[in-house]
Ligand binder design. Structure first.
Ligand code: FNR
Length: 184
């Protein structure tokens, strides 16, 4: 069983990212278990806490959780043409202490979304930069830029647009292929 951690870049209750993430979580085949990983509770990364005895309990719980995770799916909005701080903070917390990078070697995929038409392109590509450095093989194709997201969901937050439903399945299938390539 491979655990896929889902990290959502928005903390708001009615988040479109969260709604999309809930949809895609159900698209993985047998043998995969998806798990939403809490990142909104992590105190800002502070290098003074690298000493394990000093680490906030949230850091330790997050790092331990990530050790069980085999692959990571990011679903995120764009904030000011970049990634939301909660995602960057989670990446930083997971990358330290030096030599204990929880992201190392884990296949990753990115879905960016926006109610606007630019579809979170800036966030999608800014996120790739730290992921490359953290040594995560990233799904390159297809790319997932979900624009005009409000029009694609029904009043209960389910994805109602058929083309998007199909596309998201294709995207997850490609991610699963990437995960298989990188599992030992
Ligand atoms: C935004 N929004 C936004 N949208 C976009 O397409 N490009 C951007 O650069 C920004 N910048 C931005 C900054 C901040 C601080 C906020 C709060 C919002 C709008 C954003 O896409 C919209 O609020 C989404 O609904 C946020 O995603 P969730 O919370 O629905 O997942």
């Amino acid at each position: 069983m491979i655990k896929v951690g889902i990290l959502v870049g928005s903390l708001r209750k009615e988040s479109f990212s969260k709604k999309l993430a809930i949809h895609v979580a159900s698209l993985f085949p047998e043998g995969y278990k998806t798990e939403f990983v809490e990142i909104g509770n992590l105190p800002f990364y502070n290098q003074d806490f690298d000493d394990e005895d000093n680490a906030p309990s949230e850091y330790t719980a997050f790092r331990n959780k990530m050790k069980e995770i085999g692959a990571v799916l990011f679903v995120t909005p764009e904030y000011n043409r970049s990634i939301p701080a909660v995602i960057k903070n989670a990446l930083d917390v997971g990358s330290r202490p030096y030599g204990a990078n929880v992201w190392d070697g884990k296949p990753a995929a990115i879905i960016s979304q926006s109610p606007g038409r630019l579809s979170g392109f800036g966030a999608n590509h800014h996120l790739r930069q730290p992921l490359v450095f953290l040594n995560m093989p990233i799904l390159q194709q297809p790319e997932a830029y979900i624009g005009n997201v409000a029009d694609l969901l029904d009043e209960n937050g389910n994805v109602k647009d058929e083309r998007t439903v199909k596309f998201l399945q294709t995207f997850i299938d490609a991610f699963v292929d990437l995960i298989k390539k990188h599992s030992k």
